[in-house]
Design a protein around this ligand. Structure first.
Ligand SMILES: [Zn+2]
Length: 398
């Protein structure tokens, strides 16, 4: 007997019929229990569209996609915001070197990136804000920080006071300064009160894109772009801040500091997902060094599902020294998983016996332990393996 329908999706609460649902499982991430009511807000630091997608990028976005899918599997809505940093000095330089306008150049790169993400079955984010559409939002952030005394204006640039940000992040002063300079933050800039101050809004010189602002013609600072887009899309705080581990400092530390200084809401992010660096021949995979393996090239050598599994079949925070035979191993593991999924559960007939069909997923929900989950799925087989294949989206990759 079905409960009496009172309208679309509404049943009579006095009619106690049917089986009780199982409890909603909870995820833990980096030691934080992610209890979510209603909707989870994820902010993923996206690409600067000046070159096609390499394995380091893909790892960040595949892991973020897994987290979002996992949250959805617990019955909550996952709202993913993955930005496009299309106002960026490196992008401008790359476009200029190719004799292209930065805007048109960035859009072309973005399309190629989208193809790579689709091939890897990464779901389209609910929001994909572009920095160039958030110029006004960055200016609101700058004004809010000025009003709060967290920033000052000098010569058309609005500087965020970062003197205590690096030490607050638990970083050694010299190490922080070195990493700061690596990202072109100009610690010795003569206009700054402190070497660790960063621009929220900055003056543009000849050839650089410039928008009108109360402080003159200029453009946003990098950290301010992400802080502004995250606040504009998600509101005063978020559940998970995600990105590559190389973004922890200075980028995420400053995004967090700016957002909290503007809103007074602490913590800005309840948890973080920082994906370990992908290395090739001992060095970080990066466009700036040309030390790259491109997703499109890898997909000529293995199936998209195998590449997705190669990315996920490890602890997300660990650095990954990529070797070509990682793809062969992933193909083998994928074949083993499919075989296990098609077989009967070791503790009963496929999915109907005594084996816990949730056993593998429970491992993924515990700080995204995919290797542990794969071992459980291979040992148990049946429904546990099928559920794992579904949540890792190995059947969806092209
Ligand atoms: Zn960012």
């Amino acid at each position: 007997m079905a409960a009496r329908q009172l309208g679309p999706g509404v049943t009579d609460p006095t009619q106690r019929v049917g089986a009780l649902p199982p409890p909603h499982p909870t995820l833990t991430l980096g030691g934080v229990r992610l209890g979510i009511v209603g909707a989870a807000r994820l902010y993923v630091c996206g690409i600067t569209p000046y070159d096609v997608t390499h394995l380091g990028h893909a790892a960040t976005f595949v892991w973020s996609d897994l987290l979002a899918g996992l949250l959805r599997g617990t019955g909550v809505e996952a709202r993913v915001c993955r930005n496009i940093t299309d106002v960026d000095d490196v992008l401008m330089d790359a476009a200029r070197a190719r004799g292209r306008h930065y805007d048109e150049f960035a859009l072309g790169q973005e399309a190629v990136f989208g193809q790579s993400m689709r091939a890897l079955a990464v779901a389209t984010p609910q929001a994909e804000p572009h920095a160039r559409h958030h110029i006004g939002t960055v200016q609101q952030l700058a004004q809010t920080l000025l009003d709060a005394g967290a920033a000052y204006e000098r010569g058309g640039t609005v500087w965020f006071r970062g003197g205590e940000v690096a030490s607050g992040a638990g970083l050694d002063h010299d190490e922080a300064l070195r990493r700061f300079a690596d990202y072109g933050e100009q610690p010795d800039h003569p206009d700054k009160d402190d070497p660790f101050d960063v621009p929220v809004w900055q003056v543009s010189t000849d050839g650089q894109p410039a928008w009108p602002s109360p402080w003159g013609w200029g453009r946003p600072g990098w950290h301010a772009e992400c802080a502004a887009m995250a606040l504009a899309v998600h509101g005063g705080s978020i559940d998970v801040l995600a990105g590559g581990s190389d973004l922890v400092f200075p980028h995420h530390v400053y995004v967090t500091a700016m957002a909290s200084a503007a809103t007074g809401v602490t913590p800005f992010a309840r948890a973080t997902l920082h994906v370990g660096e992908v290395r090739l021949e001992g060095r970080k995979m990066a466009k700036s060094t040309g030390n790259l393996v491109l997703v499109d090239d890898l997909l000529t050598r293995c199936s998209p599902a195998a590449l997705r599994l190669a990315i996920l079949d490890r602890r997300y925070a660990d650095p990954w020294e990529y070797r070509p035979d990682d793809l062969d191993r992933a193909e083998q593991r994928l074949a083993d998983l499919y075989r296990a999924a098609g077989a009967s559960s070791t503790a009963g007939t496929a999915g109907t016996g005594d084996a816990d069909p949730d056993a593998a997923l429970a491992r993924v929900r515990d700080d995204l332990d995919v290797p542990g989950a794969v071992e459980v799925a291979l040992a148990t087989g049946g429904e546990a393996a099928r559920r794992l294949i579904a949540v890792l989206r190995l059947g969806d990759a092209r």
